[in-house]
Design a protein around this ligand. Structure first.
Ligand code: PHE
Length: 535
């Protein structure tokens, strides 16, 4: 069958969807603890360096190749070079790994949301209120954190499982019908959370000790810059946060008409995203300063960092708002609702990226693909719902950084060295507000591959010397490297499968890339023949 694609209803829908994908738990959950673990202000320098030199150029490359080749990451990479398809599948496999634990964190948010709602309705104090470590103790009790480090210390915790199920169900509902519905959902989920963040930040500033927290956040400690792990975290965080390196932005770009403006959208996405993270940092670190002053501790030692970090900080901050118990609980419920809303459009963007890749290659109905994906995601996610889940999650999330770096590197090498990058550049410049120039070419061909390779190697050496976070090597091998190589193997297997759909497209397009009129023409023919263009 001839090839035809779904389309965003307009450029605005695309920008909202891209922002929706970028802004998510990455900003409100991952950024704060990564910055905290990376030394606060010390982390911001590598973070902004990574953003400007690598994040944005790659974002433009991904959106641009998706739009130019009109396909998800595996297809686009295959069009650049027949042997490179697996890089695209590796990206998608890495993305899939993220969804497995991302949705579990959404599950935690559901639990917090319902507790807050309950307090707002009944007037009871929030279960994490009371200071003195109550928020930390509450988090541990929700997750039944078990420090004993058995592989499977017990069955999954039922409340988290319910939250996980609810999340997957929502993801399914939103994307089973294609990108049009996505465009509608993100119009709402993106703007709302800002109001709450502003409220938290303002009230946070008034707390005693807030200034110390902010000083820790904003004053760079230059000594930390020699630590390769800080650079690794910063690059990893920028990629994760911009949704770059996972084929998601390629998929979203592929639903753009070939005449739609591109680089302006990419910049808007990047700025909105990193602005949100930076801003969330103010709310979080002001509260941290307060906690430090209460405990008479220095800011860098108040809390254990890691994935549980904001689930202690936000509840603590929320229980200290000056509006009275009921109102505070209501605001808490709203914040967790926001976390869920922000998270959901990121979660489904990843699923969308993977499904687009599979749907480009295999003749399976979209809806069925989404359904299977949700089942598999739910089942694998159960591992993270056990009392050892937090440890697993911490390890896998850490190793996702490695996967991203390697894939970013691979994508740049393929686009920069195994395909005439100028063609992609010419396409991007023919539609874009801001033209990309020699700096961009230099970034893709030289700068990014070299920097990523250096950081990866150094972090690797460092890792062998000191196991991450003091975990046992066996855990890191299974959870970290296991995930890393499993994704690679799966990528090779899928890339080596034959595809009738690819063959049909090859025949229709040859080595060319279809132009807009051809695509429109095919869409029209399909619709006249009574078929959906999304098929
Ligand atoms: N960018 C999203 C966030 O910050 C997460 C994400 C990662 C989305 C990878 C797509 C791909 O929460």
């Amino acid at each position: 069958m001839a090839h035809a694609r779904d389309r965003w209803s307009n450029r605005g829908a695309f920008i909202f969807a891209a922002i929706g994908s970028a802004i998510g738990l990455g900003n409100l959950w991952r950024f704060p603890f990564t910055a905290y673990d990376g030394g606060g202000g010390a982390f911001l320098i590598p973070y902004f360096v990574a953003l400007i030199t690598t994040g944005v150029p790659l974002l433009i490359l991904e959106m641009g190749t998706g739009q130019y080749f009109q396909g998800g990451a595996p297809w686009a990479l295959r069009k650049m070079n027949r042997k490179a398809e697996w890089v695209g599948w590796w990206a998608l496999a890495g993305a899939a790994i993220i969804t497995f634990y991302y949705c579990v964190i959404m599950g935690w948010s559901f639990i917090y949301f319902f507790h807050a709602l309950n307090s707002a309705l009944t007037g009871a104090a929030m279960p994490w209120a009371g200071g003195d470590g109550a928020a930390g103790a509450f988090f541990d009790s929700v997750l039944q954190v078990d420090g004993s480090l058995f592989f499977l210390p017990g069955p999954p915790i039922i409340w988290i499982v319910l939250g996980l199920a609810a999340t997957w169900w929502l993801v399914y509902l939103i994307i089973c019908k294609g990108v049009i519905r996505v465009g509608k959902v993100v119009m709402w989920t993106v703007p709302l959370p800002f109001i709450i963040l502003i409220m938290l930040a303002i009230s946070g500033f008034q707390l005693e000790g807030a200034a110390n927290g902010l000083a820790f956040y904003l004053n760079p400690d230059m000594n930390r810059l020699s630590d390769p792990q800080v650079w690794l975290s910063a690059f990893g965080q920028v990629f994760f946060s911009l949704s770059v390196g996972f084929g998601v932005m390629t998929a979203y770009g592929s639903y753009l008409s070939k005449r739609t403006e591109l680089t302006g959208s990419a910049w808007i996405t990047a700025l909105a995203n990193c602005g949100t993270s930076f801003f969330a940092g103010f709310a979080v670190f002001a509260t941290l300063g307060y906690l430090a002053s209460q405990q008479g501790a220095v800011v860098s030692d108040v809390l254990k960092g890691g994935p549980g970090f904001v689930f202690v900080i936000y509840p603590e901050a929320l229980s200290m708002l000056p509006f009275g118990d009921v109102m505070n609980a209501l605001i808490a419920a709203l914040l967790f609702a926001c976390l869920l809303m922000l998270g959901i459009d990121s979660a489904f963007s990843i699923v969308e990226g993977v499904v687009t890749g599979l749907h480009d290659k295999f003749r399976i109905k979209r809806e069925r693909l989404v359904r299977y994906y949700c089942y598999v995601g739910f089942i694998i996610g159960l591992l993270f719902c056990t009392p050892a889940g937090l440890t697993w999650l911490d390890i896998v999330d850490r190793w996702v950084n490695y996967i991203i770096l390697v894939i970013g590197l691979g994508t740049c090498i393929v686009a920069g060295w195994f395909y005439p990058l100028d063609k992609i550049k010419a396409h991007i410049n023919s539609v874009s507000l801001f033209k990309v120039g020699t700096l961009w070419t230099f970034a893709i061909r030289f700068f990014i591959p070299i920097v990523l390779a250096v950081i990866f190697t150094m972090a690797m050496i460092d890792n062998v010397m000191t196991p991450y976070s003091g975990y046992k090597m066996s855990w890191l091998l299974v959870g970290g490297w296991g995930a890393f190589f499993a994704a690679l193997v799966i990528a090779f297997v899928i890339a080596s499968m034959p595809s009738k759909k690819y063959a049909d497209r090859d025949e229709a397009e040859g080595d060319d890339v279809p132009d807009e009129d051809e695509i429109e023409q095919r869409n029209r023919e399909l619709i006249e023949a009574g078929r959906s263009p999304a098929e």
